[in-house]
Design a protein around this ligand. Structure first.
Ligand SMILES: Cc1cc2nc3c(=O)[nH]c(=O)nc-3n(C[C@H](O)[C@H](O)[C@H](O)COP(=O)(O)OP(=O)(O)OC[C@H]3O[C@@H](n4cnc5c(N)ncnc54)[C@H](O)[C@@H]3O)c2cc1C
Length: 527
């Protein structure tokens, strides 16, 4: 194939115009060819001439001759490297591998194990997707929290009620990232995610996708059990023997994939007690900020709306005078701030949007890195104590509703009493309050400095009535469960996996880690 990069066309271009541009670039006249778009990114530096920039792979006769004729830095011969799962190992597997958690890591691990014939058993503490959605809607409407089935826990994991952004910075030499996107397309996602610079699915699409993948896994011999929380592990001589479900049932197990996510605090405590090596890990905390989406579109596109580009997204970072970094995270264009709590009398926020990204507000987390030095207690679980202290303060401040503060009041350290022009776009009740009072001083100061700095980059970002809500505390796992180069923990048979174990951050990288762990199991065990 011939790969062409840096192919630029106005955003309003048609498919035919792209085809013509390719033919012109290859000077191949009427010679028939086919092509696949590999990448599409947006160049909006010149707001009146916004362009899409493409990388395409072209299949045409005599490609060597053509590429020699038109050779330059943006045109080269290329070869597709298909993804391949390893051949089965030698060690005999007496029982089906157990996968704990049906988030992206667990789901993709189970998918590739099932495809390879290992008939995995997936244990999920929460409900299957449809029931879970009802439970989450009830929580957002009435404030009734189910600690085992909520925005963090249930079929599809934490990512199900999200914006479903799929971009990741993880390197992909083995093609696992492309595999993840292909699986999503096979399960119902739109083809464009295969090449968009910032692909996203939206909650409304994600729910269907995780259910389809479950059915595919079941058709390939796997099985799922919901409302099945792993409450204990039994080991002998440093080797796994069985897992306990819901504090009562024991099932024999030789292999167990721990894909429990960043919020499984009770499970982390159990694993720590059972002697799994784990360490405290840095993460980030802060607030979520809301602006009118039209303001962000104007800043980034030079127009309030653009039907082709949809809602604009931003990524901002700033290093504060106190040396801490503050940055935007998990930005949700045309989205909602959600009550993403999973523990009673604790409140954590996050963001989500539907595929259309059509709410009136843009929101994102504004967060500051915290390290074990910031944690109130020593040891592997210190970060959980740090999160809990913040979340309990947020719950008390809002009396169970999301506390919200205008930036003007935030700067004055006073509670807000009335809104400005911006109305909150939220899932879950809210109350006006002094959000800054929840945060440790250095974090609170860093966020103020950050918003002012971002206001110099994006006009209106630091307006007095911008809305801040809190607390954003579940940005990644507070622990890392140690694993060796075979991806095994210090207990033989146990494979820490995904975000909760400290090896991923986000839907795609968690899914990629799930595939990686499935490969490690495949390389070791025979069918
Ligand atoms: C509201 C929200 C929005 C987000 N938006 C995005 C986004 O747009 N893009 C992005 O890339 N990332 C986003 N994220 C982060 C993303 O969801 C996570 O990075 C990803 O889901 C991690 O995948 P995982 O499989 O490692 O863990 P999780 O998705 O957290 O899944 C872990 C699963 O394990 C289950 N579990 C836990 N303990 C047990 C137990 N003891 N027994 C049985 N089951 C158990 C849980 O119920 C859960 O279903 C968002 C997260 C949230 C909460």
């Amino acid at each position: 194939m011939i790969r062409i990069t840096q192919l630029k066309l106005p955003i309003e271009h048609t498919r035919e115009e792209l085809t013509e541009k390719i033919a012109k670039t290859l000077r191949c006249g009427k010679l028939p060819f086919t092509y696949e778009i590999r990448k599409q990114s947006l160049d909006a530096r010149h707001k009146n001439e916004k362009k899409f920039v493409y990388t395409v792979d072209v299949t045409v006769a005599d490609e060597k001759k053509i590429s020699r004729k038109v050779y330059n830095n943006n045109i080269m011969l290329t070869k597709e490297k298909p993804y391949c799962f390893p051949a089965p190992g030698e060690e005999c597997l007496k029982y089906p591998p157990v996968v704990v958690g049906s988030g992206p890591a667990g789901l993709f691990c189970a998918w590739y194990l099932a495809k390879a014939g290992y008939c995995p058993l997936v244990l999920e503490r929460g409900e299957e997707a449809d029931k879970r959605k009802e439970t989450v809607d009830r929580f957002w409407h009435d404030g009734i929290l189910d600690p085992d089935s909520n925005v963090q826990f249930g079929e599809g994991g934490a990512g199900t009620f999200s914006d479903g952004k799929l971009n990741t910075l993880v390197k992909d030499p083995f093609g696992r990232g492309q595999e993840v996107l292909r699986r999503f397309v096979e399960a119902g996602a739109q083809e464009e995610i295969l090449y968009q610079q910032k692909p996203h699915l939206g909650t409304d699409v994600l729910i269907g996708i995780v259910q389809t993948m479950r059915r595919q896994i079941e058709e390939m011999g796997g099985s799922f059990r919901f409302r099945s929380k792993v409450t204990d592990l039994h080991m002998e001589n440093g080797e796994l023997k069985s897992v306990e479900i819901n504090g009562e049932e024991r099932i024999p197990a030789q292999v167990c994939v721990l894909a429990v996510g960043h919020s499984a605090r009770d499970t982390f405590a159990m694993l720590h007690k059972r002697g799994l090596f784990m360490e405290p890990k840095s993460f980030a905390v802060g607030v979520r900020i809301e602006h009118p989406q039209k303001l962000i579109n104007m800043d980034l596109y030079g127009e309030e709306e653009n039907d082709i580009l949809g809602a604009a997204s931003y990524k901002l970072t700033h290093t504060c005078q106190n040396g801490r970094g503050v940055y935007s995270f998990c930005m949700c264009p045309g989205g909602y701030v959600v009550n993403a709590s999973s523990e009673p009398e604790s409140l954590a926020v996050n963001g989500m949007s539907y595929q259309a990204r059509d709410s009136q507000n843009a929101n994102s987390a504004l967060i500051v890195t915290v390290t074990p030095q910031d944690f109130p207690t020593e040891g592997a679980l210190g970060g959980i104590d740090f999160q809990r202290n913040l979340e309990r303060a947020a719950w008390r401040l809002g009396n169970g509703r999301i506390p919200v503060q205008l930036f003007g009041d935030y700067k004055k350290h006073i509670p807000s009493t009335k809104l400005g022009e911006i109305a909150p776009c939220m899932k879950g009740g809210y109350t006006l309050a002094d959000v800054r009072s929840i945060l440790p001083k250095e974090i609170g100061d860093s966020i103020e400095e950050g918003v002012l700095a971002f206001g110099r980059k994006l006009d209106g970002f630091d307006r007095e009535d911008a809305l801040l809500s809190g607390v954003e505390s579940r940005t990644s796992s507070p622990v890392r469960i140690t694993r060796d180069k075979e991806l095994l923990s210090n207990i033989r048979g146990i494979y820490p996996c995904g975000e909760g174990a400290g090896y991923a951050g986000g839907i795609t990288s968690a899914a990629m880690d799930g595939i990686k762990v499935a490969e490690a199991i495949g390389r070791t065990y025979s069918l």
